[in-house]
Design a protein around this ligand. Structure first.
Ligand code: PMT
Length: 419
């Protein structure tokens, strides 16, 4: 099934008779799980009303570049940043020309210019306009800049002619839009991710836990699935639904997480420990609810197993990625953990008052590899951050594999790797 779960799509509609299909397209994008914001050009509003597009997208339609109310709310830069992808359907010949020339005199072309998200264009026009040298040159320019061109299809046209220039059907456009997110960076690999907090029981109703919501780990699992991996997610207690296309195993305590990880680790090439695992648990959980009697109560704690270190010490070990949640000395502490736990990669985030990390929608990461190279992934939504991290993990994984094949394992002091 085609999925656009949690994807934010800006749908641009330009002036052409195929604009009547954009309403169905918006509806289908939402059915596939996407959040949709619509931008209409002045020409588009001659063919279909903003009210229709508002009703099907569930949000007011954006129309004007220089609109003080819109700029104070969600203006062109916010829309450009908000989007995970921009899909222009239908795209007129005039829009292709504006976009190819980097013009920004209307909201849609300004957003196309300002966004870092993938741009997909579904042209629709008369077959002669499509075949025109100027249109084809504009398309070449857009393709060369990385834009994806969806269609057009051939067939009977509204103008009575027959040939190429029909907008693809909404169902085809939804499937192609979903393919924008399939990087294939982890194709054929199995990935195990841990996420969320653990809960260490004190008695049947009380326990020790932390503020991890699971958002970061679930986003990493979803991004790995999107990149083509078979993903197992071992999750502590969270309020989040299971991510799409991910085999999710729910556990409660650190020991249960350890057991679930080791039950599956032999089959995976990449392990990513995002969970905020409790370092200690009460030595003996009381069988019954502890009564309030004494003035003081002392809890004795015992160390939990370190799941991440235990995975990195396996022979053969998967490519092992740890997280580091730090309130101070981010880089130094992360480097120490990378070395101590013998990891391939560590992703460090600042946590604590005023910082991201726990239970936020945004985060930033400092990623360090075992050769000491660092990469900063700047503040952004956890969904986007996870995609960037997965891309980086894929590059490091493939580079390590290549290096091992070239140098031979004899020079590698670490236990044998599974890649
Ligand atoms: O869930 P969210 O609300 O989205 O928050 C995300 C997050 C802040 C929890 C996440 O980004 C993060 O930083 N996860 C790691 C939290 C943590 O426990 O960090 P640590 O520095 O204490 O542990 C280092 C690493 O060892 C982690 O990969 C951890 O999973 C692992 N570990 C720790 C202890 C233990 N007993 N077993 C482990 O595997």
């Amino acid at each position: 099934m085609v999925t656009l779960q949690n994807k934010r799509i800006v749908l641009g509609v330009t002036g052409g008779i195929a604009a009547y299909k954009s309403a169905d397209l918006a509806r289908r994008l939402r059915e596939a799980g996407a959040e949709v914001r619509v931008i209409m050009t002045r020409g588009a509003t001659e063919f279909i009303t903003p009210l229709t597009m508002q009703a099907v997208s569930g949000h007011p339609v954006h129309q004007h570049l220089l609109d003080t109310a819109a700029e104070a709310g969600m203006g062109h830069i916010e829309l450009a940043r908000w989007a995970d992808a921009v899909l222009v359907a239908p795209a007129s010949a005039n829009f292709l020309a504006r976009c190819a020339h980097g013009r920004a005199e209307d909201l849609l072309s300004a957003v196309c210019l300002a966004t870092a998200a993938p741009l997909a264009i579904a042209p629709a026009m008369n077959r002669q306009m499509w075949a025109g040298a100027a249109t084809q040159a504009n398309l070449d320019t857009l393709r060369a800049r990385g834009a994806r061109i969806f269609g057009p299809a051939e067939g009977a046209q509204a103008c009575g002619e027959v040939g190429p220039g029909r907008m693809l059907e909404p169902s085809e456009l939804v499937a192609l839009t979903a393919s924008l997110f399939a990087s294939g960076a982890l194709d054929g690999l199995a990935v195990l991710v841990t996420a969320g907090p653990t809960w260490e029981a004190i008695d049947p109703v009380r326990g020790i836990s932390n503020k991890s919501s699971g958002k970061m780990g679930y986003a990493v699992a979803a991004a790995a699935a999107e990149a083509g991996a078979r993903v197992v997610l071992v999750s502590g207690p969270t309020a989040l639904p299971d991510p799409e296309r991910v085999a999710t195993i729910r556990v409660t305590s650190a020991q249960e997480m350890f057991d679930a990880v080791h039950a599956h680790i032999a089959q995976v090439e990449v392990f990513i420990g995002v969970a905020a695992v409790a370092d200690y648990r009460p030595t003996d959980a009381a069988k019954e609810k502890i009564k309030k009697s004494a003035e003081r109560l002392t809890l004795e704690l015992v160390r939990n197993p370190d799941i991440l270190a235990s995975v990195a010490a396996l022979a053969p070990a998967p490519f092992t990625v740890g997280f580091a949640a730090e309130t101070e000395n981010l880089e130094a502490n992360a480097r120490a953990k990378l070395k101590e736990k013998r990891l391939d990669l560590i992703a460090a985030n600042r946590v604590g008052a005023g910082d991201g990390g726990f239970d936020t929608d945004e985060n930033a990461l400092l990623v360090i590899d075992r050769d000491g190279n660092k990469t900063e992934l700047p503040p952004q939504s956890k969904t986007r951050l996870a995609r960037a991290l997965i891309q980086l993990i894929s590059e490091k994984y493939h580079a390590a594999k290549q290096r091992r094949q070239t140098q031979g394992r004899a020079q590698d002091p670490r236990p044998a790797h599974r890649h």
